[in-house]
Design a protein around this ligand. Structure first.
Ligand code: SAM
Ligand code: SF4
Length: 387
């Protein structure tokens, strides 16, 4: 059986955080039933229950999936189980804003099969939360973790952000210290990116952002603290206790297949990459009784083999394990060194890229500037003889 990841996008939030450019719209009345009806119909269209695919990861992401009410969460998951072959050992993640979960919702979600909770805690410092326009408090963060534990969640992630306006090194350390004390299994540690179209972008000249040196200090000191506290860095921004890596997200970096459902969702399936338009109304209309004619497809790319090589290297290098040259040869029938050694050489010499027992990986310093290095090394239009 082939393995498949399933991503369901819930593009609704209580309000928009000042830094966020994920596709979601603010709602005060919860997730509309008509949206979830459209999601169910798209699930029906895929109908892979009798196929060669077994779904081994499900990710309810957003937006804010925890805005769904109890009934919506269990109906959605039941529908997925009916229409897909879902493995008994599947990792089923739900993203949750700590201000939108309570004991009852967590209990229902757990009963419906959610076994990994990803909480957007962001910080354990009140000042940071209000600086970002978050709708929850530090107490909500603490309560959400303890409620989740009480309901039997054994795999909890906290999203923690650094480089926030006015944030100090001591505050980052305090937030991480609280995460360690709570004993969560996984920490996604994101450096603030100022994205175009967000309130922070409009305020960018007046925001009190840490300078480059302070930001890199935050990253390296935090990385060290996480290692000391038993969190292994398996990807640029992701740290986990032993065997608690996010199996769903690893699929993205491994070049494995996944199907995305909902507006703005991306898929990589049967050799094609595609995404759906960021338009909730169009999405709902397309899956109504009298569907509109406009396509929901935003982009559909049949990736040529040479670009697939470039893409594989770009995604795999995000992982601490980096590139396994033997595996690369098995996948593409080409010698990795022949294609990439000369390009990597300056970064090997500078210590940003390391030779591992199996191939190549970024050093901690390399990881921090990986986007820059990869933009120099990888050429999607490169002509690779024989490919
Ligand atoms: C889809 S959201 C997580 C779930 C939920 N919506 C929430 O915020 O509580 C994914 C995570 O990406 C991170 N993120 C979003 N925009 C970011 C930005 N501009 N820079 C850095 N991290 C960002 C935040 O940590 C956020 O929790
Ligand atoms: S960070 Fe999460 S809660 Fe905030 S706007 Fe983005 S998706 Fe919504």
């Amino acid at each position: 059986m082939k393995k498949l990841g399933l991503y369901i996008h819930i593009p609704f939030c209580l309000s928009k955080c000042y830094y966020c450019d994920f596709y979601s719209v603010p709602v005060s009345t919860g997730v509309p039933d008509e949206y979830l009806a459209a999601v169910s119909r798209q699930i029906d269209e895929y109908g892979l229950q009798n196929s060669e695919y077994v779904v081994d990861t499900i990710f309810l992401g957003g937006g804010t999936p925890s805005l769904m009410n109890e009934k919506q969460i269990s109906s959605l998951l039941k529908h997925i189980y009916r229409r897909f072959n879902v493995s008994k050992q599947a990792e089923i993640t739900m993203e949750a804003n700590p201000g939108t979960v309570d004991k009852s919702k967590l209990k229902v979600a757990r009963k419906a099969g959610v076994n990994r909770l990803s909480l957007g805690a962001q910080s354990f410092c009140s000042k940071d939360l209000s600086a970002c326009g978050r709708v929850h408090s530090v107490n909500d963060n603490l309560r959400a973790v303890s409620d989740a534990r009480a309901q039997g969640y054994k795999n909890i992630n906290l999203d923690i952000m650094y480089g926030l306006p006015g944030q100090t090194m001591a505050e980052v350390i305090q937030s991480l210290g609280t995460a360690f004390k709570l004993g969560v299994e996984h920490i996604s540690f994101y450096g603030l990116k100022i994205e175009e179209g967000t309130p922070f972008y409009n305020m960018r000249d007046t925001l009190d952002l840490p300078n480059e040196d302070s930001e890199s200090e935050m990253y390296f000191v935090s990385r060290e603290l996480m290692l000391q506290n038993g969190y292994y860095q398996y990807e640029i921004s992701n740290f986990a206790k032993k065997d608690m890596f996010c199996r769903h997200n690893i699929k993205y970096w491994n070049g494995d297949e996944y199907l995305g459902i909902g507006p703005a969702a991306h898929s990589y399936f049967a050799g094609k990459r595609f995404s759906f338009k960021k338009d909730i109304k169009l999405y709902i209309d397309s899956f109504s009784d009298s569907p509109c004619q406009e396509s929901i497809i935003d982009e559909m790319i049949d990736i040529p083999q040479s670009a697939r090589v470039a893409e594989y290297v770009m995604l795999r290098m995000r992982l601490s394990d980096g590139i396994d040259c033997a595996k690369f040869f098995k996948l593409f029938g080409r010698d990795f060194d022949n294609i990439y050694y000369e390009k990597l050489k300056p970064y090997i010499n500078s210590g940003h890229v390391l030779r591992t027992s199996k191939g190549y990986a970024f050093s901690p310093q390399g990881m921090y500037v990986s986007n820059y290095i990869l933009s120099r090394v990888i050429d999607f239009d490169m002509n690779i003889p024989g490919i």
